[in-house]
Design a protein around this ligand. Structure first.
Ligand code: BG6
Length: 485
C-alpha cells in the first residue's frame, strides 16, 4: 500500500469520532496502514494539534472495539494526527491547507497521494470538491481519491447535480461513495456465497427461487436526528441506498471476473432491469408506515409525531415495504420484497431466499407437509448463514420436519464495516463502493415513490412500536401466496 495523506473534512464531527478514528486505529493495530502517512483533521473549531490528538484519543477510548493502551505503539499511531481550522466555504483557506499538506508530505517524505474524506453535511459537498480543485489540492503528482458519505442527493435531480459538480474535480474512478452496508462482512460475502459454490450458483435463478425477502429492522426510533430524518424518511435513509445495494448484491449475475469493474457492471445490470413504477402504481407495490406508541422489550415508547424535533403533523415514513420485480432472464416473475423500519420488534438485517417447493404434493399427507427450503443470510447482529431443509424425524415415526443447518463463517471478532471500507479505499479497491450508475438508477426507481409520498397519494399506515410493521406489509406478500420469514 502506498504512503499517503489522509485529509478528513469534519474531523470534530460525530462520524469521525464514532467510526473513522476507530477504523483507522484498528487498521493500524492490524498493520494495515501504509508504511508512512499523515492524517490531517479539518474542522470549524479552533484546536491545537495536541488538543486534536487528545480528542482522537478520547474518541477511541469510547468507541474503538479494541482498548487503547497508553504505550509507545499508541504514541506511534497518534503522532500522525494534525489539525487545521478550516471554513470550507472560503476558497482562500484552502491555500493554507495546501501549504500545510505539502509541509507534512516533505517532513514525512510522502509521495503526493491524497485521500480526501468528506464527513460533513451534504450542503458542503460541492463547495469542497470545487475548492479542492481550484486551490491546487487536487493537482498531485500521485493519486487523489475522494471518499464521500451519504446522502448522495435527496432526489434524482439533486443527485445528478451533485455528481456533475463532483466530476469537475474528480474522475469516477477517484470517487468512493460510502454505503456502509457494503462494508458488512456478510454483504461482502454474498457474491462468494452465490458464485463460489456451484451448488448454489446452479439454483440462483427463477427456476428454483420462489421469492427473496430483505429485511432491515431497527429498534431505535428517530433518536436525536429529527432534523434530518423527518425530511428523509426510511425511503431515502435506508431504501435508496442500503436496501437496494443488498438487492443488487443478491440478484447480480455471475461476473466475468472478480474485479471491481465486473462486479459493479453486474450490479448495474440488475438495476437496469428493475421494473420502474409509475406514480400511480406505487400504491400497489409500496407500503408506507409510521410508528405509533407501543412497547419494546417491556418499555413503553412514544409515537413518532411526538418525538423531539418531529413535526406534530408529520407524514414522514419510518417504515417502507416494497415488492420489486427484476425483468431479466434470471429473475422474471420472482418477487423481491424489502422492508425496513424504525421502532420495530428487533434489530435484524437478513436476506431470506425462499426456494420453490415443487415436490410438496408428493410428500403431502393429512398430517404432514414439507416446508420450503430457505437460505437465510444473517447480516447483523450475528453474522452467519442457515439453510432450512426437510428431514424425517425418527422420534416422531419418521414424520417430515424442517431442520436447520447453521454456520457462521466468522469466528473471531469481526472488523467493522468502516475498517473494511477504509482499507479498500486506501488500496484503491472500489468494489464495495457505490458506482454513480448504481446511485443514479436507485434514485430513478425511488423517484416516483418519493413523489407519491409527497403528494400523500398512498395511505400512511401506522404500526405499533415493537411490531414488525403495518399489517399492509403482510398483505403485500399474501397477495402472492407468501409470508415474511
Ligand atoms: C444509517 C441510517 O445509514 O444506517 C440510520 O442513516 C440507520 O438511520 C443505520 O440507523 C443502520 O445501520 P446499521 O449498521 O446499524 O444497520
Amino acid at each position: 500500500m502506498e504512503s499517503m495523506s489522509f485529509v478528513l473534512f469534519g474531523a470534530t464531527g460525530d462520524l469521525a469520532k464514532r467510526k473513522i478514528f476507530p477504523a483507522l486505529y484498528n487498521l493500524f493495530l492490524d498493520e494495515k496502514m501504509p508504511e508512512a502517512y499523515s492524517i490531517i483533521g479539518l474542522g470549524r473549531s479552533s484546536l491545537s494539534h495536541d488538543e486534536f490528538q487528545t480528542h482522537v484519543e478520547e474518541s477511541l477510548k469510547t468507541f474503538s472495539r479494541r482498548t487503547v493502551a497508553n504505550n509507545a505503539e499508541f504514541g506511534e499511531f497518534i503522532k500522525a494526527f494534525r489539525y487545521q481550522q478550516l471554513d470550507v466555504t472560503k476558497p482562500e483557506a484552502y491555500k493554507n491547507l495546501l501549504t500545510f499538506i505539502k509541509q507534512r508530505e516533505k517532513e514525512l517524505n510522502l509521495p503526493e497521494n491524497r485521500l480526501f474524506y468528506l464527513s460533513v453535511a451534504p450542503e458542503f459537498f460541492d463547495d469542497i470538491a470545487l475548492n479542492i480543485k481550484e486551490s491546487g489540492l487536487g493537482t498531485t503528482k500521485g493519486w487523489k481519491r475522494l471518499i464521500i458519505e451519504k446522502p448522495f442527493g435527496h432526489d434524482l435531480e439533486s443527485a445528478r447535480d451533485l455528481n456533475t459538480k463532483l466530476s469537475r474535480a474528480f474522475k469516477e474512478d477517484e470517487i468512493y461513495r460510502i454505503d456502509h452496508y457494503l462494508g458488512k462482512p456478510m454483504v461482502q460475502n454474498l457474491e462468494t456465497l452465490e458464485f463460489a459454490n456451484p451448488v448454489l450458483q446452479a439454483i440462483w435463478n427463477k427456476e428454483y427461487i420462489a421469492n427473496v425477502q430483505i429485511t432491515a429492522s431497527e429498534i431505535v426510533g428517530v433518536e436525536d436526528r429529527a432534523g434530518y430524518y423527518d425530511q428523509a424518511g426510511a425511503i431515502r435513509d435506508m431504501v435508496q441506498n442500503h436496501m437496494l445495494q443488498m438487492l443488487m448484491m443478491t440478484a447480480m449475475h455471475l461476473p466475468k471476473k472478480i474485479s471491481a469493474d465486473d462486479i459493479r457492471d453486474e450490479k448495474r445490470k440488475v438495476m437496469e432491469s428493475l421494473r420502474l413504477l409509475s406514480k400511480e402504481e406505487v400504491g400497489a407495490h409500496i407500503i408506507r408506515g409510521q410508528y405509533d406508541a407501543g412497547e419494546i422489550k417491556g418499555e413503553p415508547v412514544v409515537k413518532y409525531t411526538v418525538e423531539p424535533g418531529v413535526d406534530a403533523f408529520s407524514t414522514n415514513d419510518t417504515f417502507v415495504a416494497a415488492r420489486l420485480w427484476i425483468d431479466n432472464d434470471f429473475w422474471k416473475g420472482v418477487p423481491f420484497y424489502i422492508r425496513t423500519g424504525k421502532r420495530m420488534k428487533e434489530k435484524s438485517t437478513r436476506i431470506v431466499i425462499e426456494f420453490k417447493n415443487t415436490l410438496k404434493d408428493l410428500y403431502q399427507t393429512e398430517d404432514q407437509k414439507t416446508a420450503p427450503n430457505l437460505l437465510v443470510v444473517h447480516i447483523s447482529p450475528n453474522e452467519g448463514v442457515s439453510f432450512q431443509l426437510n428431514s424425517k424425524n425418527p422420534l416422531k415415526n419418521g414424520m417430515i420436519e424442517p431442520v436447520t443447518a447453521d454456520f457462521s463463517p466468522v469466528t473471531k471478532e469481526v472488523p467493522e464495516a468502516y475498517e473494511i471500507l477504509l482499507f479498500d479505499a486506501l488500496q484503491g479497491d472500489s468494489t464495495f463502493f457505490a458506482h454513480w450508475d448504481e446511485v443514479e438508477l436507485s434514485w430513478k426507481w425511488v423517484q416516483p415513490v418519493l413523489e407519491a409520498f409527497e403528494e400523500n397519494s398512498i395511505p400512511l399506515q401506522t404500526y405499533p412500536a415493537g411490531s414488525m410493521g403495518p399489517e399492509a406489509s403482510d398483505k403485500l406478500l399474501e397477495e402472492n401466496g407468501f409470508h415474511w420469514w
